[in-house]
Design a protein around this ligand. Structure first.
Ligand SMILES: [Cu+2]
Length: 380
């Protein structure tokens, strides 16, 4: 069984008190160093303001290089893109958010192959993912019908063990969600008895890392008793990215320190920052649009909101067998959870959909729903 190249097994550290105290001592030393560093900067700022009251505020101190020792503050690459970012964003082929048709018949066959691949998660920003089925992240949108038997085969085309955990399944995880070695395939099946929109993801340890590296997606289980009909169905998978570098010259990889600190560099819908700003989702005035939303995390929730309208129907937690809520503005989609939202917009225009935890918008978790043909925008 392959060992992971970069992950530190904290469990072993915690079980060895002498090593633990060495690490604790080291971290304390670093913390003292950081406090000293900022004390110095504050002193310098104070001195500057005394000596030159009319000067602009002192520039922020250069970010500390945390790659040496996991020190704080973390070196953020948020918003760092190459100069031709706009052209790259326009050339980017947006992830197709349209819900695909469910398979006919009593059995749904799903075969996913895991692949290591480099993808862009923002214009010109490359990241080394572990991904489902060559899609990058998220993996393909799966769509089955309530009552179908889902026959799942996972083929590991990567270099370390992986697995797949279906939130739509009631099944013994130690059996169905077990690790699959590189080059091997594994099959299991479950009856999709619970309708909704569910996350699927790799459940191999450290799960935080496997999810953050792009191993997640959404599966829609359509209810046997149909929901009210709509004209458009779109699937959005929210997630965040933690990066070792800016990913511009060389692809970035996963940064465990940032992930533990929950300080992402980018947050996205369907794996690429702002992609539906450049390439909006569309509907005609008066059409009903259903948004199936999953928050993949790995850690952060998504406070889903569409600017300029109100959800006609909202099924929090994707509990679509229950009665929907009406006239709701924002609904939290928890990490590892889903939600289903209907909107009907009569007036042409550009309606942003966001996580209304607004740091996420600045980090890329925003898109546009383009209703009709509003003036003054590019048509894609
Ligand atoms: Cu994995």
């Amino acid at each position: 069984m392959a060992t992971h190249p970069t992950y530190v097994d904290h469990h072993h550290i915690e079980s060895d008190s002498s090593v633990f105290f060495k690490v604790a001592t080291l971290l304390l030393g670093i913390a003292v160093g950081i406090v000293g560093f900022f004390a110095l900067m504050m002193w310098a700022d104070a001195r500057d303001s005394r000596t030159d009251a009319s000067a602009a505020p002192a520039a922020r101190p250069a970010a500390v290089d945390h790659s040496q020792a996991g020190a704080m503050p973390l070196n953020s690459f948020a918003g760092v893109v190459p100069p031709n970012a706009q052209a790259l964003a326009e050339a980017h082929k947006a992830y197709d958010a349209a819900l695909p048709a469910a398979q006919a018949g009593p059995v749904a066959h799903v075969h996913l192959t895991l692949k290591d691949m480099t993808v862009q998660i923002a214009p010109g920003v490359k990241y080394n993912t572990w991904s489902f089925d060559g899609h990058g992240a998220p993996g393909p949108i799966l769509h089955v019908r309530q009552g179908q038997l889902v026959k799942m085969t996972l083929t590991n085309g990567g270099t370390i063990p992986h697995s797949i955990d279906f939130h739509a399944a009631r099944i013994a995880p130690n059996v169905a969600f077990r690790d699959v070695a590189p080059g091997e395939s594994f099959s299991f099946q479950f009856r999709a008895n619970d309708p909704g929109v569910f996350m699927y993801h790799c459940g191999t340890k450290p799960v935080l890392m496997h999810i953050a590296n792009g191993m997640y997606g959404a599966i829609v289980v359509s209810p046997a008793k149909p929901l009210p009909p709509v004209d458009k169905n779109y699937v959005l998978v929210a997630s965040e990215w933690y990066m070792t570098t800016d990913g511009i010259k060389q692809p970035a990889s996963f940064d465990m320190a940032k992930a533990h600190a929950m300080e992402p560099d980018w947050t996205t819908f369907n794996g690429y920052a702002n992609q539906y700003v450049t390439h909006p989702l569309t509907a005609k005035p008066g059409e009903r649009v259903r948004l199936w939303v999953v928050a993949a995390g790995p850690t952060l929730d998504t406070d889903f909101h569409v600017v300029g309208t109100i959800f006609d129907r909202a099924w929090p937690n994707a509990n679509i067998t229950g009665t929907p809520q009406h006239g709701v503005q924002t609904v939290q989609v928890p990490a590892g959870g889903g939600g289903v939202f209907d909107v009907k917009i009569n007036e042409p225009g550009l309606y942003p959909f966001v996580s209304h935890a607004f740091a996420h918008v600045d980090l890329g978790q925003v898109g546009l729903l383009k209703i009709g043909h509003p003036k003054g925008t590019m048509s894609h």
